[in-house]
Every structure is written in structure tokens, then in C-alpha cells.
Design a protein around this ligand. Structure first.
Ligand SMILES: *Cc1c(COP(=O)(O)O)cnc(C)c1O
Length: 450
């Protein structure tokens, strides 16, 4: 059989999410309260009860509500492609598969959780959600989810992206959201940071502080996070569950699973449904691809840190560059969060997943190579995964090994063409976050007793 894309029917959309907490061979360190330092649940004024339950549940399977599956049908199941043309370009004996999440209306994997979160908030009577967004993908996914379930949505968008990516803002506004550049004058934490540094380019950490403060100050409002937390990773497992079925249909089992990691949600959703196989002895490799400009796994410290810059969000034990991290404005490749999902961090510390970091010119080079073979233009984030796959495929060529490599192609780059333009014009500078800066930022880590 020479299928290019392996498809599933609507009935084959998973009916449950897979909860990896049921199968972990270790206990995940708890979240800690930002002020008391005591183990804490997600702060209830910020999150609905259903998501708080999912955050800590040890049930292996959690049912996907019918209303959520109904919305998933707009773009799920997503296709799994065999990258035959790219394999030829790379002249590799490896078999390469990609799970294509760019077919969702917002263009990435993010609505898999945005839709679920909007649903649970609506069900518990919430009227309005706040969130932060960097490049704009999460903001647009939440705007989309809120629109479908009739919720208001306010997005604090990192200032540098707000100005560099006006079209993402327009997309969010088209789905009815209000968007402001962060730091903004709308919150205490925004005003404080602007007073210190009026020219700041903003950061995800700062935008999180603003969105959290906003939600905390209004009865009708809750906060929504697009990555990092366990329940977000849980919702993304629809991706890996579908992929398993599709690979079975293709008659293959992966040797290597690859994904890019910002906060870790798309890759977690992709590989969690395979993790049990690895724990039971399958020689499966999981490779996280990150940016040298924001190397939380490869250069960060595994320690308790705040989820945001102002220190109002709970502390999580994770691989972190320090909550005071501000990404270099010359970095165009996405994946800018200072921390990493506690689940991915713990698996990395246990040696169950690997990590590699790439310079931005090399990821755009890989993205262009891929786009010229397969057609799809990757989001810069996804391009990190593509670069990692390329390296593995070239290793297979040298070794004459026909491995099966599957990666999560998390989204399209149609709103990132300015970054492509800069790359094609030779104007992108490679940037490696300096070791001294890591050391400096880590001095500000909270002191915790645990
Ligand atoms: C947000 C985003 C990422 C990074 O976030 P994760 O939580 O690590 O998945 C990766 N790819 C795309 C296309 C994104 O929009």
C-alpha cells in the first residue's frame, strides 16, 4: 500500500483522553502556593472545578464530553501523513510520518484544549475567560473556543508579538476577543512593569501575571492556560491516541517520536499514549526539540519556580530558566516560555525523554527544505521538530537503518511569513541564551522547603 495520508472517520475520534498520571512510575511533585509554599490545588478562583479535578486525577481514561467531540469534528480526526517526498529529498531509508494539526481553524493543536476548557467553564457558569498569548496561537485558539461556547475572552498579548503579528490579533478579534499588548495599563502588574521599563518588549511570564490578576479581580471571570498544566497535556492526548490507530493502520510502530516543546503540551499529547510501551520495555525514543534562545530542558535547572514573572501563579517543580527570563527580541522561532511542563520535566529528569536545542537559522533551513518537498509551511515552533527529524533521518542514512520516525506537526506558519522573509533575506541572527544569564536568573528562584 502506498498511502500518503492515513485517515480515520469521525466515529474514530477518541471518546476519552488518556491520563498519563495513572501510569507514571514516580510521584509528580505537587504545585506549591506562591505565598505559603504549601502544596496547593490550582487556585479555585482562577480555574473551574472540573479542570482542577483533571489536574490531579489518577483515572487512566477521562471521558471527552459529547459537546467537545462535536466541536472536534470540525477538524478531527487530523490526518497522519507519510512524508514520502521529503524522505526522497533527504535520501533516507527512514520512514517518516507526521501528524498534521495545522488543519484546525486556528491552525495548530491548541484548540484541542481551548475548546475543552471553554466547555467546562461555560458549564460551571463562567462568563468570561482571560489568558496570555505569545505568538498569538494560544490566544486565537481560546478566542475560537470561547466564541463557540458563548464566552467573552480577553487576551494579553506579549507586546513584541502584538506589533510584529497584527494578523493574529485580527484573527482573535474576528472570533470576538478583546486583545491588548502586554504589559498593559489594565492591571497592577502591567503598570508596575511599565513604570520600571516603559520600553519592555514584554514576555509570556508578564502576560500571565496580567491575565491571572484580571481573572482574580472579577467574579464572572476565570483564567485559562494553553500549556504546561497536567489538564492541558491531558486534552492534547487526542493527538497521540489518533496517531497510534493511524500507525497501526499503516502497519508500523515508531522507533522515534519527535516534537517541539515550548511549555510541552503538543509533544506530551503526542507521546503520552506511547509512554506505557516504553515503560514496559519497548526501545522507543522520545525527542523534545527546543530553541537555543530558550533552552529550558537543555540548560535550565530542575527546581521549583513560579509559573509567571510576578510570582502570583503557583510554583511548579520544572526545568526552568528562571521566572525573570525575557526572551531576546531577535528571536523569531517561538517556544519562548521560561519553564516546562512539570510532567515533561520529570520524565526528562528520569531519562525517559531526550532533548535537543537548535539555532533559529537551522530550523528555518529545515522548514524550507520540508516545505519544498511536502508543501506545508510549518510554524517556526514545529520547525524545531522538523529539524530534529531531519537529523535523525540523516543518521539513518549514514547507518543504512530504516527506522520509523513520527513527529507531531503542531501547526502551520501562515502568520509567520515575516519570520520566513527575514530568514530568506539572511537577516536572522542565531542566538544562544548565555550560561551566565541562566546562572543570574536562577538566583531569583523562590526558596522552598520541599
Ligand atoms: C504553542 C505552540 C507550540 C508550543 O507549545 P507546546 O505547549 O509546547 O505545544 C508549538 N507549536 C505550535 C504550532 C504552537 O502554536
Amino acid at each position: 500500500m502506498q498511502e500518503t495520508k492515513i485517515l480515520l472517520t469521525e466515529e474514530e475520534i477518541p471518546t476519552y483522553w488518556y491520563n498519563v498520571l495513572a501510569d507514571l512510575p514516580f510521584e509528580l511533585p505537587p504545585l506549591l502556593h506562591p505565598v505559603t509554599g504549601e502544596p496547593t490545588r490550582l487556585p479555585p478562583p482562577l480555574f473551574p472545578e472540573a479542570l482542577n479535578e483533571q489536574e490531579y486525577s489518577k483515572d487512566r481514561y477521562i471521558e471527552i464530553p459529547e459537546e467537545v467531540r462535536e466541536v472536534y469534528k470540525l477538524w478531527r480526526p487530523t490526518p497522519l501523513y507519510r512524508a514520502r517526498r521529503w524522505e526522497k529529498t533527504l535520501d533516507t531509508p527512514a520512514k517518516i510520518y507526521y501528524k498534521w494539526e495545522g488543519v484546525s481553524p486556528p491552525g495548530s493543536h491548541k484548540p484541542n484544549t481551548a475548546v475543552a476548557q471553554a466547555y467546562y467553564n461555560k458549564k460551571e457558569g463562567v462568563k468570561r475567560l482571560t489568558t496570555e498569548t505569545g505568538a498569538g496561537q494560544w490566544g486565537s485558539a481560546l478566542a475560537f473556543g470561547c466564541q463557540l461556547f458563548g464566552l467573552e475572552c480577553k487576551v494579553y498579548m506579549v507586546k513584541v508579538s502584538y506589533h510584529q503579528k497584527p494578523y493574529r490579533r485580527v484573527l482573535m478579534e474576528t472570533w470576538g476577543a478583546e486583545v491588548v499588548p502586554s504589559p498593559s495599563q489594565d492591571t497592577e502588574s502591567g503598570r508596575r512593569i511599565l513604570a520600571q521599563d516603559p520600553e519592555t518588549s514584554g514576555s509570556l511570564g508578564i502576560a500571565i501575571s496580567e491575565a491571572v490578576e484580571d481573572a482574580g479581580s472579577r467574579e464572572d471571570t476565570k483564567y485559562s492556560l494553553g500549556s504546561v498544566l497536567n489538564h492541558v497535556l491531558l486534552h492534547q492526548t487526542v493527538v497521540g491516541l489518533e496517531t497510534r490507530k493511524q500507525l497501526e493502520k499503516a502497519g508500523d510502530y515508531p522507533d522515534i517520536l519527535v516534537g517541539c516543546v515550548g511549555g510541552g503540551s503538543n509533544f506530551a499529547g503526542f507521546f503520552f499514549p506511547f509512554l506505557k510501551d516504553k515503560l514496559e520495555g519497548k526501545p522507543l525514543r522520545m525527542v523534545c526539540a527546543e530553541s537555543t534562545a530558550c533552552p529550558s530542558l537543555t540548560k535550565g535547572l530542575y527546581a521549583y519556580d513560579y509559573g509567571d514573572t510576578a510570582g502570583v501563579a503557583p510554583m511548579a517543580k520544572m526545568d526552568t530558566l528562571g521566572h525573570t527570563f525575557v526572551p531576546a527580541p531577535i528571536h523569531a522561532g517561538g517556544l519562548r516560555y521560561h519553564g516546562m511542563a512539570p510532567l515533561i520535566s520529570a520524565l526528562y529528569e528520569e531519562g525517559l525523554v531526550e532533548a535537543v536545542a537548535f539555532y533559529q537559522n537551522s530550523i528555518f533551513e529545515a522548514a524550507v527544505n520540508f516545505a519544498q518537498a511536502e508543501g506545508f509551511v510549518p510554524a517556526p515552533e514545529s520547525a524545531h521538530a522538523i529539524k530534529a527529524v531531519m537529523e535523525e533521518a540523516l543518521k539513518c542514512r549514514e547507518a543504512g537503518e530504516s527506522k520509523v520516525i513520527a513527529f507531531n506537526f503542531s501547526g502551520h506558519g501562515h502568520f509567520d511569513l515575516a519570520a520566513y522573509e527575514a530568514y530568506l533575506a539572511g537577516q536572522l541572527e542565531d542566538y544562544e541564551y548565555p550560561d551566565e544569564k541562566v546562572k543570574e536568573a536562577l538566583k531569583d528562584l523562590p526558596k522552598v522547603a520541599v
